[in-house]
Design a protein around this ligand. Structure first.
Ligand code: ZN
Length: 185
């Protein structure tokens, strides 16, 4: 288990479509090692989520803290299905784009199918902040960063965000509450 360096904006690994993890490899030391490294690296960087490409591993694995009470989620090969058309904007940050915040519109409600580190099927129905984190992390597996989707006029340095923000968003002023503890993902 090791704390890994987080890849930053500009590193090509962040722009690749990550590979599916074959079912037969889930138990392998490599895959289990990537999961352990994701977990300790996320804690070290105080993130709300971390995807394998962010530690230079182009595989479809992400770890996420969806609430304070439960252990971090570990998702292998996650697939997101939006429920309905409702969108919500909130400020996001990313460990791979340090020191920035920007508002992104996401689906309010989603379903997620994935497998856990033992290969067991997972299914979740998520709404609000957990749904936002899930969409941010799963985008990483497709080589997409939140800045690709952010409203450019809302991009701000973290220091200015803390000094002058957070600003109410047009679509839903509650969005800032949703973004919770202001962690990077
Ligand atoms: Zn991110």
């Amino acid at each position: 288990m090791a704390i890994r360096k987080v890849a930053r904006l500009g590193h090509p690994v962040l722009r690749q479509r990550a590979e599916e993890v074959p079912e037969a490899e889930i138990d392998s030391p490599r895959v289990q090692g990537i999961i352990d490294d994701l977990l300790v690296t996320m804690v070290e960087y105080d993130g709300a989520g971390l995807a394998a490409p962010q530690i230079h591993e182009s595989v479809r694995i992400a770890v996420l803290v969806l609430d304070e009470q439960t252990d971090p989620h570990i998702w292998i090969n996650p697939v997101i299905t939006p429920i309905g058309d409702e969108m919500i904007s909130s400020y996001e940050g990313c460990l791979s784009v340090p020191g920035m915040r920007g508002a992104v519109a996401r689906h309010v409600e989603i379903e997620v199918d994935a497998v856990d580190r033992r290969g067991r099927a997972l299914h979740f129905h998520l709404k609000g902040f957990p749904a936002i984190v899930a969409q941010h992390e799963c985008d990483h597996l497709d080589g997409v960063l939140y800045i690709d989707k952010a409203d450019r006029s809302t991009m701000t340095f973290l220091e200015e965000y803390r000094r002058f923000g957070p600003w109410p968003l047009e679509k839903d002023a509650r969005a800032d509450e949703l973004s919770g503890d202001d962690a990077d993902e």
